[in-house]
Design a protein around this ligand. Structure first.
Ligand SMILES: CSCCC(=O)C(=O)COP(=O)(O)O
Ligand code: MG
Length: 230
């Protein structure tokens, strides 16, 4: 088996609850003090300028509102990701992965399938998320890390074309719980498979023409949408 499998995180490898209750709750009270402590950092300054607002208090109000409505805005993801990275480094956070994910990723990697991540979560959050799991360090299996900064919006085909150019492959599969993301990947010529995980927001989603599975355990070489024909 050759080619690339590119993974969404929330709703696909990991539960929405683990992101919203675990990560969001960790970032929420830290955003204000952390921005104040890091306001000379160029990445922080750029994110804060993009948000607007005259004071840190105003900036934090916007960030909290985005979190309340799960708006996956890039400046929010940049700031959250930096805070989470510190939390992982300090041993204050651990990642959640559905039980089928680690065995599948290890099996696919052993078969020669190459693995990458494309998530709204920033690359600075993705790396420690995959490194600090209850199933060991999964980051060693991942060869490409993409977010809305280095690839672009997840619902636009141009982002998937950019990732394809970077990975250099033609056999590309995207796994996601969001039909609009799968539509964009398919428009760019990728294979797609939707994740309809029990209890997740995508449980009742309309995946249209995309193949759908409930767990990574249903995906193996030769399956439609995975090793099978485009
Ligand atoms: C561990 S990365 C943080 C997850 C996150 O903030 C997020 O928005 C995930 O969205 P996804 O694109 O993976 O559905
Ligand atoms: Mg998702």
């Amino acid at each position: 088996m050759t080619g690339w499998t590119v993974l969404d995180i929330e709703g696909t490898t990991s539960s929405t609850e683990s992101v919203h209750v675990g990560l969001y709750a960790f970032a929420r009270p830290r955003l204000g003090p952390w921005i104040e402590a890091n306001r000379d950092d160029p990445e922080v300054r750029a994110a804060v300028e993009e948000i607007g607002g005259a004071t840190t208090e105003e900036v934090v109000k916007v960030l909290h509102d985005w979190m309340d409505h799960d708006v996956k805005a890039t400046p929010l993801k940049t700031l959250q990701g930096r805070i989470w990275a510190e939390g992982f480094a300090a041993g204050e956070l651990t990642a959640h992965f559905f039980p089928d994910v680690a065995p599948a990723l290890r099996a696919w990697h052993a078969e020669g399938r190459r693995l990458a991540v494309f998530s709204s979560g920033s690359v600075s959050a993705q790396r420690p998320w995959f490194a600090h799991t209850g199933d060991g360090d999964l980051s060693v299996l991942i060869e490409g890390w993409f977010d809305t900064v280095n690839a672009g919006p997840k619902r636009e085909a141009s982002s998937y074309r950019r990732i394809a150019a970077e990975l250099g492959g033609t056999d590309l599969l995207f796994l996601s719980d969001v039909p609009a993301e799968l539509d964009a990947a398919a428009t760019a010529g990728w294979r797609t498979t939707g994740l309809r995980r029990p209890g997740e927001p995508s449980e009742n989603a309309d995946f249209g023409p995309h193949p759908v599975v409930a767990s990574f355990g249903e995906l193996s070489s030769g399956e439609p949408g995975f090793g099978g024909p485009r």
